[in-house]
Design a protein. Structure first.
Length: 148
C-alpha cells in the first residue's frame, strides 16, 4: 500500500513539471502561461504611448490610449488572478475597439497615434484570438464542451 502511494505521488510530480522534451514539442505552453503578462505589457505600452510618440497634446488619441490601455492592464491582472475565457474575450473586444478607433473617432492628428492604435489593437486581437483558440482546443481534447 505504501509503495502504491509513493508511486502515485512520484507520477504526480513528473506530470506537474513539463520536461524539456515536452517544452520542445509544445512551445506554446510557456507562452500560454505568460499570456496575461503579454496583455499587461501591451496595455502599459498603450498608456505610455502618448508620451513616447509625442501625441499627449491631442485629446482623442491620448484619452483613447489611456482608457483602453488601463482597461487592458486591469483585465490582464484580473485574468491572472481568476482565469477565465471571458477575460480573453474582453481583451479581444478592447483590441477591436482600439484597432477601429482611428477610423471611427477621427481627430487622430499625428499619424504615429493612428499607427500605434492600429498596431497594438491588431496585436491584442491576434494574441487574444490565439489564446481563445488554444483554450478551445484544450477543452475539445479534454472532452468538454466545444463552445467558446
Amino acid at each position: 500500500m505504501d509503495f502504491h502511494y509513493s508511486r502515485r505521488s512520484a507520477q504526480h510530480k513528473v506530470s506537474s513539471s513539463p520536461s524539456s522534451a515536452a517544452r520542445l514539442l509544445y512551445p506554446d505552453q510557456e507562452l500560454a502561461a505568460n499570456q496575461d503578462y503579454v496583455l499587461a505589457g501591451l496595455g502599459i505600452w498603450m498608456v505610455a504611448s502618448p508620451w513616447l510618440f509625442q501625441f499627449a497634446g491631442s485629446f482623442t488619441p491620448r484619452w483613447t490610449a489611456l482608457i483602453i490601455g488601463t482597461l487592458v492592464v486591469l483585465m490582464a491582472f484580473e485574468n491572472k488572478l481568476w482565469p477565465s475565457r471571458y477575460g480573453q474575450w474582453a481583451a479581444l473586444t478592447l483590441g477591436l475597439l482600439l484597432f477601429c478607433s482611428p477610423f471611427f473617432l477621427g481627430g487622430y492628428h499625428p499619424p504615429q497615434a493612428a499607427a500605434n492604435a492600429v498596431t497594438i489593437g491588431a496585436a491584442l486581437v491576434g494574441w487574444s484570438g490565439w489564446s481563445l483558440a488554444r483554450q478551445h482546443d484544450e477543452r475539445v481534447a479534454a472532452g468538454l464542451s466545444s463552445r467558446l
